[in-house]
Design a protein around this ligand. Structure first.
Ligand code: MN
Length: 402
């Protein structure tokens, strides 16, 4: 199970923290539930066209996503039509629709032909008192009625505990046991306002797993930048499903990112889900364009800067062996390595760059040119383009009378 990134020392520390060696039991699997089309589109200011939704659904299926949360049928109109179209595409992924714990919502989902429903209701006292303005008993009753109805229709049912992370644990256990008793297939544990940290997550999910024995899905938000970390902590505690969005798109600071979770499971936890990760950059760009949310160059896993090396020490190290400064290879996520020539570059990187154009620099030429490169990069306050390097080289050679 351990791989190149997660070394022996890390395993030892993890084992002493968990009190046991961490492993996934024989035949068990971690499933990825993508909600780019539901929670992702719920991001303030984001709207996908139906064509874009269809394209995204196809991408998700191709990547290897187990279940696609396609939208909210009770919204009607285009939304409902599009969910139906996605069902009709005959993808490998299960298609799930989102519902309140309301029978009519579920009827709308059934009309779309989905095989799975998420039935959502708040479990925290703050939501029960101020949002739903009702009682815990009423929450249990509404959820039970909705789950029984959906199960009678032969649907796969995820019961979503909205604001689960801020819920009283005894009540959440009661809620989950009731859901299980009514036939629910899993509990979606929602960190709705993104206030968890990995250690607290581990403790809460362990408690649920031990007390309830129902499959658990992590649904984490990124308000403190911990969505992916919390999802992985949930998996360590026994969660078998992780809810994600492409690029971490989602309300406020977003959801756990599909790319981060899949690569984290693979490289940090040794769970290779056999996703087509080499499509990650292409899919990231598509969703960035469709959502109007540009990817920052430093975006984890898929940003353009993830495999760009400029500093002399790093550039030289990567040229000697990429593993010196890269956690995984750029090809794995559809990116390319770039040795950027700029203020911090060294002579080895400069020589390698010129070799791309079949020009072998001598040590002396490389040293002279590097001084010119540094001056130019400081001047323009950025690294240099290849054609700028070529111009510097030409001038330099002319100046030497050649
Ligand atoms: Mn959410």
């Amino acid at each position: 199970m351990p791989n190149s990134v997660r070394g022996k020392e890390c395993n030892r520390l993890l084992t002493s923290f968990l009190g046991k060696e961490w492993f996934l039991e024989e035949g068990a699997k971690v499933n990825i539930v993508d909600t780019t089309l539901r929670d992702g589109e719920q991001t303030a200011g984001v709207v996908f066209s139906n064509e874009e939704k269809i394209r995204i659904a196809r991408y998700l299926d191709e990547l290897g996503v187990d279940q696609i949360e396609a939208g909210i049928p009770v919204m009607g109109g285009d939304e409902k039509k599009c969910i139906h179209e996605i069902v009709e595409m005959g993808l490998n992924s299960s298609i799930m629709a989102w519902n309140r714990a309301v029978i009519n919502d579920i009827k709308q989902s059934i009309e779309c032909g989905v095989d799975a429903v998420a039935i959502s209701i708040s479990t925290s006292d703050i939501h029960i008192e101020y949002k739903l303005q009702t009682t815990r008993e009423d929450v249990l009753e509404r959820m039970a009625d909705a789950v029984k109805f959906a199960k009678d229709q032969g649907l796969y049912v995820s019961v979503n505990g909205e604001d689960a992370s801020r819920s009283d644990m005894d009540f959440l256990v009661e809620f989950a046991l009731t859901a299980k008793h009514c036939g629910a297939d899993r509990l979606r544990f929602c960190d709705t306002v993104g206030i968890l940290d990995p250690l607290t997550t581990y403790s809460k999910i362990s408690t649920l797993v031990n007390a309830v024995g129902l499959d658990i899905e992590m649904h984490t938000h990124n308000d403190f930048g911990l969505a992916t970390a919390n999802s992985l902590a949930g998996v360590y505690a026994g969660a078998k499903y992780v809810g994600v969005t492409v690029n971490g798109l989602g309300e406020r600071a977003g959801n756990a990112s599909l790319q981060e979770v899949v690569m984290g499971l693979k490289h940090l936890m040794g769970l290779d889900l056999k996703f087509k990760t080499e499509m990650f950059r292409e899919v990231a760009e598509y969703v960035a364009r469709a959502s109007g949310r540009t990817l920052s160059p430093a975006h984890p896993i898929v940003g353009t800067n993830i495999f760009a090396h400029e500093s002399g020490i790093h550039g030289d190290g990567v040229l000697k062996n990429p593993l010196n400064y890269e956690a995984f290879s750029p090809q794995e996520v559809g990116l390319e390595r770039q040795i950027v020539i700029g203020k911090h570059s060294g002579t080895n990187a400069l020589k390698a760059k010129f070799m791309e154009y079949e020009t072998a620099l001598t040590d002396e030429q490389a040293k002279d040119l590097l001084a010119l490169v540094r001056a130019a990069a400081i001047d323009v306050k950025r690294p240099l383009f290849d054609k700028e390097l070529a111009a510097l080289y030409e001038n330099y050679m002319k100046g030497r009378g050649k």
